[in-house]
Design a protein around this ligand. Structure first.
Ligand SMILES: *Cc1c(COP(=O)(O)O)cnc(C)c1O
Length: 482
């Protein structure tokens, strides 16, 4: 495929803009003014439309194929939610800050307030900030809140550690380390969750927080969660819940009810917003009462007359974590998603997501090793260790799936499972789609035994075969020829 620059013809135009009536030179420093033309591709509108449409057809997306990428919750995002976000597009984020702006923006502010209330209800928390822009950003915000909490109680120097099970998402220890904590990692027991005895040994009064991905990255819900919370609290440590994937537990269990003090959720996984190159994210953070004074500002509150306004500045606040209100459009989509489904709908989402994951787990169990053989939540984790006996790795199976029109599952994660294959079907897939996928997975397992080379050769249908994936991420060359 040609690059857009190779289609460029001097003088060809797609649009004709009117002359600017803004005196640019007056507003910008001379050093910033361009002295030469930008050297953009000169193409017609049709050239441009074809170029980007053809590029988009090389993209893999939930809208085109099954995308069982574990931990990422690649569910179908209803288009009506995009319409809802567009309704709010004309409002400039500065509007509320202008004189009379708060009165003019009651609808938008009320939407943000209501979304916070609904997320607080779903997670069992007392208050929610919608500012963080992603899951990891929510974690960072949450850990800064933990830090501020201990500092306010005079324990800043004493609280040095964050305890993280090795089945937690990798962003958990990373966020805690960036926030200045040392990490204590607790291994997973044969029952698929943090080893309770080792956890007890790790806990001291120097632990600031216990950070748990729940369900964990093996797709399992920790049955000892209440006991773990009680132990953590007895050491004055706070409980952090990574709720990036809330898909298995909505309406079933509230993190706040089992002892968690801080939780983040990913609106771009569970709550109807595309991600993975599909758009911006949002990682709201919910907290229990004791942490409310430290929340980022401004916060939207409701006065006695039902008017929405910004709360008064507080010195205890950790400050802003994002411009304005966070990624506003994402919040509109999440709000519309929750309203559209309602309480019963959200419960059904969880039930269907868990049922689908268990269906795939049971049907593939005879063909792939299942290191933790128990009822899973929204995802299941296999190992390609049986296939490895024939020299076939998880990566070979994923490349084979690409040739059959499926996005590969997450592979080599979680790292505690050798040759991991992590499958998350989500609630939006039909039995027929899952059955077709299962047949291809079975075909891959059979091919591993009969013709391993065929798996090593895959993919055969793509413009590029196998990339050096590390180099592709670190030394991007978007100009390579296909
Ligand atoms: C995706 C994910 C995160 C990180 O979310 P981002 O929005 O990618 O920063 C954290 N924890 C878990 C369990 C996740 O699945």
């Amino acid at each position: 495929m040609q690059l857009i620059y190779e289609k460029s013809v001097p003088g060809r135009r797609g649009v004709k803009l009117p002359a600017s009536d803004v005196p640019v030179a007056a507003a910008l420093p001379a050093a910033l003014l361009r002295t030469e033309a930008a050297g953009l591709a000169e193409v017609s509108e049709l050239d441009l439309v074809r170029h980007f449409t053809n590029l988009s057809r090389r993209n893999f997306s939930v809208d085109t194929n099954f995308y069982p990428l574990g931990s990422c919750t690649m569910k179908y995002n209803a288009k009506v939610l995009e319409n809802a976000a567009v309704l709010f597009a004309p409002f400039h984020p500065m509007t509320a800050l202008l004189p009379g702006g708060v009165e003019a923006c009651q609808g938008s502010l009320g939407m943000l307030y209501d979304l916070g209330q609904m997320l607080a209800d779903i997670t069992g928390m007392d208050e929610v900030t919608t500012q963080p822009l992603a899951g990891a950003h929510g974690e960072m915000t949450g850990i800064l809140l933990v830090s501020a909490y201990h500092a306010a109680r005079g324990n800043k120097a004493k609280k040095k550690y964050v305890v993280v099970p090795d089945s937690s998402h990798g962003t958990n220890p990373a966020s805690a380390a960036i926030a200045g904590y040392e990490i204590i990692t607790v291994p997973t027991a044969p029952y698929g969750d943090m080893d309770l005895e080792l956890f007890k040994k790790a806990m001291t009064d120097e632990v600031a927080a216990v950070m748990i991905t729940c369900p964990n990255t093996l797709g399992l819900f920790n049955p000892h969660i209440k006991e773990i919370s009680d132990i953590a609290h007895s050491h004055d440590a706070l409980m952090y819940y990574d709720g990036a994937n809330l898909n298995a537990i909505m309406g079933k269990v509230k993190p706040g009810d089992v002892g968690f003090d801080v939780v983040h959720v990913n609106l771009h996984k569970t709550f109807g917003t595309p991600h993975g190159g599909g758009g911006p994210g949002s990682g709201p953070v919910g907290v229990k009462k004791a942490l409310i004074p430290f929340l980022p500002q401004p916060r939207i509150v409701m006065d006695d007359d039902g008017q929405f306004l910004f709360d008064a500045p507080r010195t205890a606040s950790i400050g802003r974590t994002a411009n304005f209100y966070g990624n506003f459009g994402v919040m509109v989509k999440a709000y519309a998603y929750i309203i559209m489904l309602g309480r019963v709908g959200l419960i059904r989402v969880s039930e269907q997501a868990v049922l689908n994951a268990n269906y795939i787990k049971e049907r593939l169990k005879p063909y792939y090793d299942l290191p933790y053989d128990m009822t899973c939540m929204h995802e299941c984790v296999f190992s390609a260790s049986k296939q490895l006996a024939h020299g076939v790795h998880a990566i070979d199976i994923s490349k084979f799936l690409i040739d059959r029109g499926y996005h590969p599952p997450t592979v080599y994660f979680p790292m505690i499972v050798k040759e991991a294959i992590m499958i998350e079907p989500t609630e939006t897939e039909s039995k027929a789609t899952m059955d077709a996928f299962i047949e291809v997975m079975i075909e891959a397992a059979r091919t591993a035994e009969t013709n391993p080379q065929a798996l090593h050769d895959a993919p055969l249908t793509m413009p590029i075969s196998r990339l050096d994936e590390t180099k592709a991420a670190r030394e991007q060359n978007v100009c390579c020829q296909w």
